[in-house]
Structures are given as structure tokens and as C-alpha cells.
Design a protein around this ligand. Structure first.
Ligand SMILES: NC(=O)c1ccc[n+]([C@@H]2O[C@H](COP(=O)([O-])OP(=O)(O)OC[C@H]3O[C@@H](n4cnc5c(N)ncnc54)[C@H](OP(=O)(O)O)[C@@H]3O)[C@@H](O)[C@H]2O)c1
Length: 239
């Protein structure tokens, strides 16, 4: 039995991944803000699920909360970092962009660095960050796209330090996945279910890939995206 820490286990891809892991007999510590979802997992899998209520925007509390909550079972095999938000922001209000940056950049980095230190102390582990193929695009949600590029670069930097110590770092780059995050997106071609995304993520973890585009058909987009003009992107994706 492996012990997974799923940060962002209460919705979408993280919830599907948590369900799959628990159904496969793994041990999961799950992080999120929605206490009712954490409670549902706890009731269904009382021996193998431990829920942590944590708001990633409160960066000062992250280290203590994670250390405290893992005190009885500190050995972690895999940390999957999913927690992120995006927001429509037609008026370019600072408070909306600030929330994205606090969650996707500051909170995300604090957890990733905590995981790196934790794995270094253990002498083993596997850090998995879910970024997005959107990082190759321009967007009307500027902070979201920028945050995904930042997360990818952060993982690159951590990989340089951790890989020689036998600690794996994987970046997962999804295309569209049917989750509440993209419920209002007008065009979602090649969208896969959250369950399929969870299946692909587990496959990439098993293979210890450095980077994985999910689903596979989006690989062609990854090659083309940097060459698609902003005007064409707006047309294709109806942004
Ligand atoms: N869906 C897509 O098409 C798509 C495409 C590319 C990449 N991705 C990436 O995939 C990951 C998962 O996205 P999703 O589509 O599954 O989104 P989702 O359904 O909206 O789930 C987001 C998760 O992040 C958690 N979260 C958000 N703010 C948080 C905070 N301040 N503190 C702690 N947890 C927080 C949420 O927990 P609470 O609600 O409990 O706070 C929830 O578990 C994200 O990194 C996203 O950027 C998604």
C-alpha cells in the first residue's frame, strides 16, 4: 500500500484521482477546503483516508498544518499538487487576479517546497504537479496562464535538485478535462472525463515520466501552440 497526499482532492480531477486510489486500496491524505467532501471520503474509507482542511492562500499555515496532520503517518510516497483556481475578470479587477496568484503561485509553491523538503528528509518520494497546456497560450485570464507557466518552471527547478537524490518530479499537462473549473468554457474540444484524466495521471506516475501531456492526442497541440497567433487562439478557443 502506498501513501498519497492529494492537494486539491475535493473536486474535479483530484476528486476522481482520490476515488480511484482509495478503490485500488491505497492510503490517501487529502487536502481541500470543502469539509463535506472530505467527510464523505472519511466515512467511506475510515481506515485509509485522512482529510486536511487547508486554504492554500494562507501560506503561513501550510507547513505547520501539513506536518501536524501527517504526524501519525509521515511517510509519503507521492504528493500530487492540483489546487488551482481561475476566474473570469472582464474588468481586470486586482482582487480576482490576486486570488489566482495567491492560490496558484504562492500557495502552490509553498506546498511544492514543503514536499521537496519532506522527500529530502525521507530520502525518497515523487512530486507530481498538475499544470496545463494553457501555459503555452495567451489568455483573457492572464494570471491563470502565467501561474501555470510559473508552476512548470518551479517543477523544472526542483527536478534539477531532487532527481540526483532519487526523488522524482513529474509535470502533468492536461488539455480540457470535464470539471467544474471549465463549466463555463464555451468550446471544450477533445475534453476527457476527470476519471480518464486520473487514469492517465496514475499511468504517468507509474512510468515516472518527467512530463506528460494528457490525453495523448494533445501532444500535437503542445508542439503547435507556441506558433499559434493570439488572434487565432481567441477564435479557436472562443476565449
Ligand atoms: N479542467 C481542465 O480542463 C483543466 C485543464 C488543464 C489543467 N487543469 C488543472 O488541473 C488541476 C485541477 O483542476 P480541476 O479542473 O479538477 O478544478 P476544480 O474541479 O475546480 O478543482 C480545484 C481543486 O483545487 C482546490 N482549491 C482551490 N482553491 C484552493 C485553496 N485556496 N486552498 C486549497 N485548495 C484549493 C479545490 O478545493 P476546494 O474547492 O475544497 O477549495 C479543488 O479541490 C488544476 O491545477 C487545473 O489548473 C485543469
Amino acid at each position: 500500500m502506498q501513501h498519497f497526499l492529494i492537494v486539491g482532492c475535493t473536486s474535479g480531477i483530484g476528486k476522481a484521482l482520490t476515488n480511484k486510489l482509495l478503490e485500488n486500496g491505497q492510503m490517501v491524505t487529502g487536502v481541500g477546503r470543502q469539509q463535506n467532501i472530505l467527510q464523505t471520503f472519511r466515512e467511506k474509507f475510515p481506515d485509509r483516508f485522512n482529510g486536511i482542511v487547508l486554504d492554500l492562500r494562507e501560506t503561513a499555515t501550510i507547513e505547520t498544518t501539513l506536518n501536524e496532520s501527517l504526524k501519525n503517518r509521515p511517510l509519503l510516497d507521492v504528493v500530487v499538487l492540483l489546487s488551482s483556481i481561475t476566474g473570469e475578470n472582464p474588468e481586470l479587477e486586482w482582487s480576482i487576479e490576486e486570488d489566482v496568484i495567491r492560490t496558484n503561485v504562492l500557495g502552490w509553491s509553498a506546498v511544492a517546497l514543503w514536499a521537496a523538503r519532506h522527500f529530502e528528509r525521507q530520502g525518497k518520494g515523487h512530486l507530481v504537479g498538475i499544470t496545463s497546456l494553457a501555459k503555452y497560450l495567451a489568455s483573457v485570464n492572464p494570471s491563470y496562464i502565467a501561474s501555470k507557466a510559473f508552476e512548470g518552471k518551479l517543477l523544472d527547478g526542483l527536478r534539477l535538485r531532487l532527481e540526483p537524490k532519487g526523488i522524482w518530479v513529474t509535470e502533468i499537462l492536461p488539455g480540457f478535462v470535464e470539471t467544474p473549473m471549465i463549466a463555463r468554457q464555451k468550446r471544450k474540444f477533445w475534453a476527457i472525463s476527470a476519471e480518464k484524466a486520473a487514469h492517465c495521471i496514475l499511468g504517468s506516475i507509474e512510468k515516472k515520466k518527467r512530463r506528460a501531456v494528457i490525453s495523448k492526442r494533445w501532444k500535437i497541440f503542445r508542439l503547435l501552440a507556441p506558433h499559434i497567433s493570439a488572434r487565432l487562439q481567441l477564435k479557436i478557443f472562443k476565449l
